[in-house]
Design a protein around this ligand. Structure first.
Ligand code: GLU
Length: 422
């Protein structure tokens, strides 16, 4: 039977499997299978040609038992409510595993940013915040950037919130802002930086020397591009492959930084790289490497191609890149697949630091941010492995993802129980 690739069906399946492993209370399970609040909004935007286009947007507040909803906003041409629901569920498990005082949420707008002017993008961003009205706020729901949204977009959204809420202190309503309007030092690469700390731990436990490791990165956006730069800078690893939505490039000598930046600048894509071999995204995923870093979007490694993955470690820097069928195959093939809601949690941990600093009105240095990030994400990694070992000693051999789920669900269920929700 073909695998169901609906992201929300996948999120529910992962939840169901973990609930069974940990024997989660039935009522807690029922609450956690659906979002607490799911909003669909219509956003009219005056376009540059004078016409008005109506965009559809979403915001899902999945669970707020542990704190305000927290999660990014995607501007994506193929956005659906089910994708946003899945991503909001994953945010709930992400903030719980990191043990930071937030619940989970996510937003999205169906749009193609590549076809929009800067003015149209600003109008859409402001319209999104106006349409959400009182349903967001520093203590209610705190958005952030994600696929195709930027610090500039966060800044417009924050400004719109200030105008509609009559406040001159709107900063903690949204994270991922430019540093000049009280974003946090270190936030722009905190997703990839967190992923690197996890990679350091994973490589150590698998006995892989990162100095001589060969790495492939799928995706050259905010997460992937920094993963490329940081794995070279921090470990001296050789990144031999990188891709974007147009395709990929392999250079066995290591992708050259200046040639890569030139390709992106002059052709808008990594595929404009001079030299090397052009490959498809599928071929890149199957390349013989030590570490594969999927950093693009969901459903990239599925039941169809998981058997062909040649890496020793899969480091899920994207949200949802590995489906449940693929998860089982990778586990059977003894490939160490480290789950998204641990690997990419550096993004929301960086956002947490930004929110704390905004609330305090007191700001930290970049090295303070990185040190705190390292300590939180390394703690999460160690807790995941300890839980996996504990389950193993009970005769349950589970994937790293399942172990991380058990910890995250336990914490959310306990908060709901203590608050009297069941
Ligand atoms: N969009 C990022 C994620 O998926 C960051 C979310 C946040 O900072 O709130 O984790």
């Amino acid at each position: 039977m073909a695998e169901n690739l609906n992201p929300f069906a996948i999120a529910q399946q992962q939840l169901d499997e973990a609930a069974e492993i940990m024997e989660l209370d039935k009522t807690a399970h029922a609450i956690l299978r659906e979002p607490m609040r799911s909003l669909t909004i219509n956003i009219p935007v005056r376009m540059d040609d004078g016409s008005v286009k109506v965009f559809r947007g979403f915001r899902v507040q999945y669970n707020t038992a542990r704190g305000p909803a927290k999660g990014g906003i995607r501007f994506h041409p193929e956005e659906t409510i089910d994708t946003v629901k899945a991503l909001a569920a994953w945010m709930t498990w992400k903030t719980s595993l990191a043990d930071i005082p937030f619940g989970g949420g996510k937003g999205g707008v169906i749009c193609n940013t590549k076809e929009m002017s800067e003015r149209e993008l600003e109008a859409l961003s402001r319209g999104y915040i106006r349409a959400l009205g009182r349903y967001i706020g520093p203590d209610i729901d705190v958005p952030a950037p994600d696929v195709y949204t930027t610090p500039q977009i966060m800044s417009w959204m924050m400004d719109e919130y200030a105008a509609t809420n009559h406040t001159n202190d709107p900063f903690s309503v949204i994270t991922g802002k430019p540093v000049e309007v009280w974003g946090s030092e270190g936030r722009k690469d905190s997703t990839a930086m967190g992923g690197m700390y996890v990679l350091r731990e994973a490589a150590r436990s698998k006995g892989i020397d990162l100095k001589s490791a060969r790495i492939a990165v799928q995706g050259a956006g905010n997460a992937g591009m920094y993963a490329y730069l940081l794995s070279k800078k921090l470990f001296g690893s050789k990144v031999i492959a990188i891709s974007d939505s147009k395709g990929g490039i392999v250079d066995e000598d290591g992708i050259d930084e200046s040639k890569l930046l030139k390709a992106k600048e002059e052709t808008g894509s990594v595929t404009g790289y001079e030299g090397g071999t052009k490959v498809s995204n599928e071929q890149l995923l199957e390349w013989d490497v030590d570490v594969l870093i999927p950093s693009a979007i969901e459903n990239q490694i599925t039941g169809d191609n998981a058997d062909k993955i040649n890496a020793k470690i899969v480091l899920e820097l994207a949200n949802g890149p590995v489906t449940p069928d693929a998860d089982k195959i990778l586990h059977e093939n003894k490939i160490y697949d480290v789950p998204d809601f641990l690997v990419n949690s550096g993004g929301v941990i960086g956002s947490y630091f930004e929110w704390v600093q905004n609330k305090e009105g007191y700001y930290w240095t970049e090295s303070e941010v990185y040190a705190k990030l390292d300590s939180i994400i390394t703690r999460s990694y160690n807790q995941m492995e300890a839980t996996r070992n504990k389950l193993k000693s009970q005769g349950k051999s589970v994937s790293p993802r399942a172990a991380a789920y058990v910890i995250a669900l336990e914490r959310v269920a306990t908060a709901m129980k203590l608050r009297g929700w069941y």
